[in-house]
Write a protein that binds this ligand. Structure first.
Ligand SMILES: Nc1ncnc2c1ncn2[C@@H]1O[C@H](COP(=O)(O)OP(=O)(O)OP(=O)(O)O)[C@@H](O)[C@H]1O
Ligand SMILES: [Mg+2]
Length: 218
């Protein structure tokens, strides 16, 4: 059934400066699944995620999101698409304005996407990511890396994404913190019901959490 897939990637190819970065990439992501993309450093994982988000164009191939080509969505339904598909990167938190309190950092997506804002909503989301309201008035510098990453996750949850891409968010964390973040992500997936594309170079972790795995070889 067509609508049991949230994403279909068909035969993507991408070159940078005549160097082949992605070749013959085809897969389908079922709604509600944890779908992982695994491959070594430089294999094109982040390039692939940028193509899915419509931030890079493939040289050939096509992506369907909920049955519609992304090309069409970006032309006709960009705001909705930009709201429904979210990404968190390993260093997402590094783009936080250091002069803004967490309260304001979490408020930005409400303003940008014209969602009704209330402080209760962000307190609720803070709790869901394992923090509390005492963080509202802190600055990014006053938090640990792990806490900032939770804010980065909270910031996209505000938008209740249908598809969430996590690109190497465990890289650089020690093992126990990795376990905590995985537990958190799986818990949030149950609560929010998003489909998850989990990008990692770590096969062991991916095998542990995924319903399906796509491996990029190069
Ligand atoms: N904008 C760009 N211009 C030129 N080359 C690029 C560009 N973006 C990525 N590349 C190259 O494409 C290849 C794949 O990069 P990409 O970042 O997608 O890999 P990755 O699998 O995400 O790696 P990592 O595990 O280190 O994050 C690399 O050789 C990289 O140098
Ligand atoms: Mg990458």
């Amino acid at each position: 059934m067509e609508n049991s897939y949230i994403l279909k990637v068909k035969n993507l190819q991408k070159n940078f400066n005549k160097k082949v970065v992605l070749k013959n990439i085809s897969f389908e992501v079922k709604k509600g699944f944890v779908f992982s993309i695994v491959g070594p450093s430089g294999s094109g994982k982040s390039t692939l995620s940028k193509i899915i988000l419509g931030l890079e164009k493939p040289d050939t191939g096509e992506i369907l999101y909920k049955g519609t080509p992304i090309k069409t969505l970006l032309r006709k339904n960009k705001k909705k698409f930009r709201k429904e598909v979210q990404i968190v990167l390993q260093n997402s938190a590094s783009s936080f304005n250091p002069r803004h309190k967490i309260k304001n950092i979490l408020k930005e997506p409400f303003i940008f996407h014209k969602i009704k804002y209330s402080e209760e909503k962000i307190i609720e989301i803070l709790k869901q990511v394992g923090l509390d309201e005492s963080f509202l008035n802190r600055y990014p510098d006053e938090m640990s890396g792990g806490q900032r990453q939770r804010i980065a996750i909270a910031r996209v949850l505000v938008l209740k994404p249908d598809l969430l891409i996590l690109d190497e968010i465990l890289r650089g964390l020690d093992i126990s913190l990795q376990g905590q973040v995985i537990d958190l992500i799986l818990k949030l997936k149950e609560e929010y019901g998003f489909t998850l594309i989990f990008i990692s170079h770590n096969k062991k972790i991916v095998e542990f959490i995924s319903d399906e795995i796509f491996e990029i070889r190069n």
